[in-house]
Design a protein around this ligand. Structure first.
Ligand code: NAD
Length: 497
């Protein structure tokens, strides 16, 4: 068992648990602090500063000054890219510290934290560093006697608000493109999981990001959020989180006429056709719902199975799911760890209990697991549900899979799209024509064929419907931190006087 020391300065690098504003580590103006709890044990790991409104104002002022007067937006994007590349290298050097921070903060299996969280986050920096070398504007052909070119300019001060489930990846997917585009940032990580954001402040400073360009305020969104998204000195808000919180924040930002991107909740369908390679499909189905203990916006918690193989699939899942290594996240063999908090576990348990009360078939799981005082919930497979049952229609955000049969492509598409959300989707089939046909009909920002969570920094993802708008990843994300500035010359020559 990993030893989680009382002092994260030794266990998670030198993250000092203070706010990072204008290149300085500071306590909250009122001295408030918040406990950080290890979800695998329920015990306090450390505490961090709990920012208040005065601290948000200080962070925005630092970012404003760094944008208006500092070197960052005035450097070429190529120079900024070199600094991001250095950040990539430092992240690689500090992989173990970052992975441990992410594991004890979120309850992530350490193997997942290393192979996915740190790796993918570092690759985002490497990818956007490379885009810094290709930040070209355009010359446009015009009909009049004019010459027009379009420059890409940064917005200015960006507020980046992120959720608890992938702190490092989701912050990197905002920070890297926003920085290379020339913006300055105030980052507010989720209050349950602040540790890696503070480590990134150290890494970015060491990489050469000037003071004031990247600022971190740790604290509750319920007290800081409204102020952050309506602050008059903020030029853009990039929000990732739940649909309810995102919708509220978007409406407030709209009143302030502040551009807002929204990466919100998901409830993806994974469609398994009878012609799929069954072994591969089962592996995909299981990893799609247990990955990150189901706390994944692009998880596949709604399994749709073509009727001829429905009973077979249920039988295999009933046997295979309890075999997935479950428990202590510090064990390198663990695949499923605890949920992030007691609150999250109660939410999941409540939704499953209401489904049980309504008569659902519990194929496996369906209960809390008492282990080391952590917030564990057994991987759960439910069948025999109506499509409008709460546990099917709403985002559970835990290791819970619901299984429904279908009889035709049309029915599969209708069930898959029959939710308020539209973030991810998946199709398991050996018929490529069918895969193309069905993918084109799915309402989602990304569709995986014969696999799940096939992520790459170059491939954009994002939502439709209640899953939000905007895209992260790819050049699309960098463009979302830039605006066009057209410069048009009159080429008419005045007649000589
Ligand atoms: P959440 O909405 O509770 O919190 C997200 C962030 O918003 C946190 O930093 C929180 O402190 C902050 N916040 C809270 N109140 C706010 C307010 N009034 N104004 C502004 N910010 C406020 O989400 P969560 O529980 O941390 O994360 C889980 C949710 O995030 C799920 O719904 C999941 O699907 C979603 N998510 C979406 C994506 C995506 O890319 N679409 C990725 C990961 C997670």
């Amino acid at each position: 068992m990993m030893t989680v020391t009382e002092n994260p300065q030794t266990s998670t690098g030198s993250a000092p648990g203070r706010l990072y504003i204008g290149g300085q580590w500071r306590d909250a103006a009122d001295g408030a602090r918040t406990d950080v709890v290890n979800p695998a044990t329920g015990e306090k790991i450390t505490d961090v500063a709990r920012a208040g409104i005065a601290d948000v104002d200080a962070a925005v002022a630092a970012a404003r000054a760094a944008f208006d007067e500092g070197p960052w937006p005035r450097m070429s994007s190529r120079e900024r890219g070199r600094i991001l590349q250095r950040a990539y290298e430092l992240m690689r050097e500090r992989t173990e510290e970052l992975a441990l921070a992410e594991s004890i903060d979120v309850g992530k299996p350490i193997s997942l934290a290393r192979a996915v969280d740190v790796n993918n986050a570092a690759e985002l920096f490497e990818y956007y560093a490379s885009l810094g070398h290709h930040n070209d504007g355009a010359v446009r052909e015009t009909t009049g006697n004019t010459h027009a070119y379009v420059k890409k300019e940064p917005f200015g001060v960006v507020v980046a608000i992120t959720p608890f489930n992938f702190p490092l990846i989701l912050s990197s997917s905002k920070i890297a493109p926003a920085l290379v585009a020339g913006n300055t940032i105030v980052h507010k990580p989720a209050s349950d999981t602040p540790l890696s954001a503070l480590m990134m402040a150290e890494i970015l400073s060491e990489a050469g990001v000037p003071d004031g360009v990247f600022n971190v305020v740790t604290g509750p969104g319920s007290t800081l959020g409204d102020h952050l998204v309506t602050h008059p000195d903020v030029d853009k808000v990039a929000f990732t989180g739940s649909t309810a919180v995102g919708a509220r924040a978007a409406s407030l930002a709209a009143q302030a006429l502040t551009p807002f991107t929204a990466e919100l909740g998901g409830n993806a369908a994974n469609i398994v056709f009878a012609d799929a390679d069954l072994d591969q499909a089962i592996d995909t189905v299981i990893s799609a719902f247990v990955f990150n203990t189901g706390q994944f916006c692009m998880a596949g918690p709604r399994l749709l199975v073509e009727r001829p193989i429905y009973d077979t699939v249920l039988g295999i899942l009933g046997q295979a799911v309890p075999q997935v290594p479950f428990g202590d996240p510090s064990d390198p063999g663990t695949v499923i760890g605890p949920l992030v908090s007691a609150t999250q576990r109660e939410k999941v348990a409540g939704m499953v209990q209401r489904a049980k009360d309504a008569g659902v078939t519990v194929v496996t799981g369906g209960e809390k697991v008492d282990l080391n005082g952590g917030f564990f919930y057994a991987p759960t497979v439910l069948a025999g549900l109506d499509s409008d049952a709460e546990v099917v229609a709403e985002e559970v955000f835990g290791p819970v899979l619901t299984v429904e049969p279908f009889d035709s492509e049309d029915e599969a598409v209708a069930l898959a799209n029959g939710t308020a959300y539209g973030l991810a989707s998946g199709i398991q089939t050996s018929d490529l024509a069918k895969a193309h046909r069905v993918a084109a009909r799915l309402q989602a920002g990304i569709t995986w064929i014969n696999g799940w969570a096939l992520m790459d920094p170059s491939v954009p993802f994002g939502g439709v419907k209640a899953s939000g708008w905007g895209r992260e990843g790819g050049p699309e994300a960098m463009e979302s931190y830039q605006r066009a500035h057209s410069i048009v010359f009159n080429l008419e020559q005045r007649a000589a006087q």
